[in-house]
Design a protein around this ligand. Structure first.
Ligand SMILES: C[S@@+](CC[C@H](N)C(=O)[O-])C[C@H]1O[C@@H](n2cnc3c(N)ncnc32)[C@H](O)[C@@H]1O
Ligand SMILES: Nc1nc2[nH]cc(C(=O)O)c2c(=O)[nH]1
Ligand code: SF4
Ligand SMILES: [Mg+2]
Length: 193
């Protein structure tokens, strides 16, 4: 759908320069999704992996973040292979609803109430990032923790359009449950892509 060089605004690599590759198409349908224009793959051109990598290497950073849409609707093997050959660390943002493909250096797993994850993602995730939209989402977030590998980073992210309502709850929750960290989408505060 698009690719752009920016600052990773979320999760463990927040603040790090990164080349984002956004693959179009998603079958999860989150009501609060901030990139709904990505959902229909047919709205966007098919692109060649070599051309994507050729664009990426024009920028000085060597961290690539593959996102979407839901990137794992595709076989990501060829894309991750070429990115790694070009010297990139390759991270993914995924809902985990489809079995994983590709070779990833860092997996951000962001589960969704709208569609259950494929259990294979639990052993691949390096970070769990749960979007908090409703107070009941805290309990739902906790339900994933024991399924993950020890040491998986745990983030709670306020749903952006409700951040004024959610943030006070989130701050209290993390003060009382210190294994979690707050993650705000810093790129939106910075007004960058
Ligand atoms: C747009 S999604 C694309 C990748 C993948 N489909 C997924 O959901 O993880 C990228 C990240 O943005 C988060 N996100 C999407 N809409 C959001 C919103 N309105 N507020 C906060 N986070 C949001 C998702 O949970 C995910 O962690
Ligand atoms: N700057 C920036 N950081 C991000 N981290 C995850 C994003 C995504 O949409 O997957 C994203 C995004 O869209 N922009
Ligand atoms: S899974 Fe990701 S891209 Fe798909 S609707 Fe949900 S937030 Fe949007
Ligand atoms: Mg985004």
């Amino acid at each position: 759908m698009e690719a752009f060089y920016t600052i990773q605004g979320e999760g463990f690599y927040q603040g790090h320069s990164a080349y984002f590759i956004r693959l179009a198409g998603c079958d999860v349908g989150c009501v609060w999704c901030d990139v709904k224009e990505s959902w229909n793959a047919e709205d966007h051109p098919v692109m060649d992996v070599d051309d994507i990598v050729a664009e990426a290497i024009k920028f000085p950073g060597r961290l690539a973040v593959v996102t979407g849409g839901e990137p794992l609707i595709y076989n990501c093997g060829p894309l991750t292979k070429k990115l790694k050959e070009a010297g990139f660390q390759v991270n993914i943002e995924t809902s985990g609803v489809h079995p994983a493909s590709g070779e990833w250096d860092w997996v951000c797993f962001s589960p969704k109430k709208f569609k259950a994850p494929d259990p294979g993602i639990f052993q691949l995730a390096d970070e769990l990032k749960v979007v908090i939209y409703h107070p009941s989402d805290f309990k739902w977030a906790e339900s994933f923790v024991d399924k993950l590998r020890p040491g998986t980073r745990l983030y709670l992210q306020p749903e952006w359009s409700n951040r004024d309502r959610i943030l006070p709850l989130l701050i209290e929750y993390v003060k009382n449950n210190p294994k979690w960290r707050i993650c705000v989408q810093v790129h939106k505060y910075l007004d960058i892509p």
